[in-house]
Write a protein that binds this ligand. Structure first.
Ligand SMILES: Nc1ncnc2c1ncn2[C@@H]1O[C@H](COP(=O)(O)OP(=O)(O)OP(=O)(O)O)[C@@H](O)[C@H]1O
Ligand code: SF4
Ligand SMILES: [Mg+2]
Length: 366
């Protein structure tokens, strides 16, 4: 086995999720107690508010949702960079402790949106990689240079990158350095948080293709956070949709695009009507999500999407819908009272769903 081949995931039982998150919550204290009382707001902003999510071994899972929905906070907690307030994270069935060992930290690595701020500007790429190898005992120090050069070639930079500083690279090359920095630790899971959104459009595809190739070559498990649903559709096996700190829908990618169940997902897909394969009578006629999300400091009672939902009913104010699976159990879950077969009272069909959407917004939205 070559060094780079050894970067891949150990072959373990494929029926057990590699990562399993249950009830994760992360909150931030915001402002003073007095200000919160005057504004009738909570003082703790619940950025992640009870998330359950599994990642299969070797799977590419996308996490999508509007800005502020909690994607990055979830990713940081998953990678052990921000301790959750509650919930558990299991790696291969073993609970990860709140303060992770170096070995557990190594297993889940992140690639951030801005490669420059995630790299130490004072270290050459070679020094940075060698230091990580030394601290984490990845290979004997005598083999470190050879291992680094092989890795830099794998990410499309070549051995000469060893001597260069981060400022000497273009944006796309710097993101390749950041990917090498994550991979040098031989992680099992790579969490990529908007890895190309800070890059020129011209180089975005090359970095995404690199991630796709690395995943195939190294057997990596990938959590990809992206605003770009076209990217997600191209790269990922499953998609999880996040809204105000909760997962509101999870499905295999094909199903999510062809038969979305949650009104929020329908709205997100309607913003790209040509991309969405049209479920009968729904997506092509639905609008993008209307209005702004409510303040996370004043979450609506009941369904948190109800203030923007075109088919909200009385029950939505009273009951907080949980993530549930449809009767056919195809791995498709949604958190909406009317997701699987049930339409809101008075809305008998998908076509009348579209009509309700139109009434609510005054336009067809596409
Ligand atoms: N350090 C922090 N202190 C206080 N609030 C925070 C902090 N980090 C994030 N938040 C808040 O938590 C919520 C979720 O933020 P987060 O960055 O996780 O969202 P996101 O989905 O990654 O958004 P984006 O798509 O813009 O990156 C937001 O309301 C944000 O303002
Ligand atoms: S539960 Fe009600 S408000 Fe929430 S998404 Fe479903 S229909 Fe809309
Ligand atoms: Mg983010």
């Amino acid at each position: 086995m070559t060094d780079t081949a050894a970067l891949g995931t150990t072959n373990l039982d494929p029926t057990v999720p590699l990562l399993s998150v249950k009830g994760m919550a992360v909150s931030f204290a915001v402002g003073s107690r007095l200000a919160a009382r005057i504004k009738n707001e909570q003082r703790f902003l619940r950025a992640v508010d009870g998330v359950d999510l599994d990642l299969g071994r070797g799977e590419a899972l996308a996490l999508v949702g509007e800005s502020g929905s909690g994607k990055s906070t979830f990713a940081l907690a998953l990678a052990g960079l921000r301790p959750p307030d509650r919930g558990e994270i299991r790696f291969n069935e073993r609970m990860l402790p709140r303060h992770r060992s170096r070995e557990d930290q190594r297993r889940i690595q992140m690639v951030f949106q801005d490669p420059y701020s995630s790299l130490n500007p004072r270290l050459t790429v070679g020094s940075m990689l060698r230091e990580l190898i030394r601290v984490h005992h990845i290979v004997p120090l005598g083999q470190a240079d050879e291992y680094c050069k092989e890795l830099l070639t794998l990410v499309g930079l070549g051995p000469d990158a060893m001597k260069a500083f981060p400022r000497q690279f273009s944006g796309g090359q710097r993101q390749r350095v950041a990917i090498a920095r994550a991979l040098v630790l031989r992680p099992d899971v790579l969490v990529a948080d908007e890895p190309v959104s800070a890059l020129d459009v011209s180089v975005q595809a090359t970095v995404l293709n690199l991630l796709r190739d690395l995943r195939a070559e190294l057997g990596l498990t990938l959590l990809l956070i992206s605003h770009n649903l076209a990217v997600v559709r191209h790269l990922c096996d499953r998609v999880a949709v996040m809204y105000l700190g909760r997962i509101v829908e999870v499905a295999p990618t094909g199903q999510l695009f062809s038969d979305p169940k949650h009104p929020y997902t329908k709205g997100l897909l309607a913003a790209i009507p040509k991309l969405a394969a049209s479920p009968p009578g729904a997506d092509d006629q639905g609008p993008a999500v209307i209005g702004d999300p409510p303040s996370p400091l004043r979450l609506p009672v009941g369904c948190r999407f109800r203030t923007r939902c075109p088919i909200a009913q009385q029950i939505c104010e009273e009951l907080d819908p949980q993530l549930t699976t449809g009767a056919s159990d195809t791995g498709h879950q949604a958190a909406c009272h009317f997701a699987f077969g049930g339409y809101a009272p008075g809305l008998q069909s998908p076509a009348s769903f579209s009509a309700a959407v139109t009434d609510a917004t005054g336009n067809q939205g596409d």
